[in-house]
Design a protein around this ligand. Structure first.
Ligand code: HEM
Length: 370
């Protein structure tokens, strides 16, 4: 199969793997591959066997020790500390700002009758929101956006520039605290918790790396689903109360993150296979989320599917810290779309280019008419 076809539609391959080789060693990627829902969920829940720590990071960078790459007890300490400031209340309080940013972005294109949904809306929105959460001054937004873009394509220079910027911002906020997340993290730190300056910088970076491209793709993937299932889109327009469950179904059906890595600490068994200690394991949430053993009619987009225990945000101790924010952003943006652009449709007969990655699922650009 052509790689570009696999990026567009990995789901037929997943079905084959779930059926024939649900757990196998792939010498090319030097990793054990795991496809079935129960196995993927098991790997996420058993952090003692399946560690998140990269055994030998190629080099120490500003990110390799951040909370997504740690195990308890360190993970517990970091997570409880950042959990104190990245609260549901803080996220909820952002709703009016997120709506305002959405309206501003839509105002800029509304008169055109067309836009690139990814570049005009789905990329800028999460970047602006996270910049506001962190308290990045408006004048620095241009640099901030450039570095964020660089970081998601593994540009080392952008990562260093962003880390230096955060170090500088930390010093500045220590002297002049504001209402932002960085000031709160410093306050929590000074109240006796153990978060080093490096850990603070790492946390800011992980919010960018973990939160921007993923949210962009959730928004773009929602439009893909609505386009492929016009009856579902009509149903949603008639009953906008369905939006929260519809967003969960987009997360299941076209998961923005298709796979995550773990590392075995001890020898273990999974679906009858023996995985030795010290091996990389790749769990395919994109495949688990289409598993017929878990989801009835798994290959159909069912807009009111409920319950929907998908694994798009992971599971267990590393469950996505930003899930409430991602859900809120999606709800606000997509309700604005239903309200202001009810005729939204993808430009017909246009070949869509998917992001060239098997771990990330989404389109590079999405021309729409409205
Ligand atoms: C649709 C959007 C998103 C998706 C699909 C997503 C997906 C995920 C997944 C699968 C994990 C688990 C990683 C693992 O188990 O190793 C995770 C963790 C994480 N996510 Fe998200 N994410 C999204 C949005 C966000 C946002 C908006 C933020 C913050 C601004 C964020 C911050 C984080 C952090 C900090 C972690 C690490 C949690 C930990 O290790 O304890 N994510 N995310």
């Amino acid at each position: 199969m052509q790689n570009s076809e696999l990026f567009r539609n990995p789901f037929a391959w997943y079905a084959e793997m779930r059926r024939d080789t649900p757990v196998f060693y792939d010498p090319e990627h030097q990793s054990w591959m795991v496809f079935r829902y129960d196995d993927v969920k098991h790997v996420f829940s058993d952090w003692k066997t399946f560690s998140s720590k990269i055994p030998q990071p190629p080099e120490q960078t500003d990110f390799t020790e951040s909370l997504n790459f740690t195990d308890p007890p360190k993970h517990r300490t970091l997570r409880s500390l950042v959990g104190q400031v990245f609260t549901a209340r803080r996220v909820e309080a952002l709703a009016p700002r997120i709506a305002q940013i959405t309206y501003d972005l839509l105002d800029a294109v509304q008169h055109q009758g067309e836009m690139d949904f990814i570049h005009d809306l789905a990329i800028p929105l999460p970047v602006i929101v996270i910049a506001e959460i962190l308290g990045v001054p408006v004048g620095d937004r241009g640099d901030f956006k450039r570095w964020s873009d660089g970081i998601v394509v593994y540009d080392g220079a952008a990562l260093t520039a962003m880390a230096d910027y955060f170090r500088h911002l930390l010093v500045e906020r220590r002297q002049h605290p504001g209402q932002d997340l960085i000031s709160d993290l410093i306050a929590a730190h000074e109240a006796g918790e153990t978060l080093s300056a490096q850990e603070l910088v790492d946390f800011c970076i992980v919010l960018l790396v973990g939160g921007n491209e993923t949210t962009t793709n959730l928004l773009g993937n929602a439009v893909l689903c609505f386009n492929d299932y016009p009856e579902a889109f009509t149903q949603l327009k008639q009953d906008p109360q369905l939006l929260p469950v519809a967003i969960e179904e987009v997360l299941r059906y076209r998961s923005p993150v298709q796979a995550m890595a773990r590392f075995t600490q001890v020898e273990t068994q999974l679906s009858g296979q023996t995985i030795p200690a010290g091996k990389m394991v790749t769990v395919w949430m994109g495949a688990a989320n289409r598993d017929e053993a878990q989801f009835e009619n798994a290959d159909a987009f069912v807009i009111d599917r409920d319950p929907n225990p998908h694994l798009a945000f992971g599971n267990g101790i590393h469950f996505c810290l930003g899930a409430p924010l991602a859900r809120l952003e999606a709800k606000i943006v997509l309700s604005a779309v239903l309200e202001r652009l009810p005729n939204l449709r993808i430009v017909p007969n246009r070949e869509l280019e998917f992001i060239p990655s098997v771990e990330v699922h989404g389109v590079k650009s999405l021309p729409v008419l409205f």
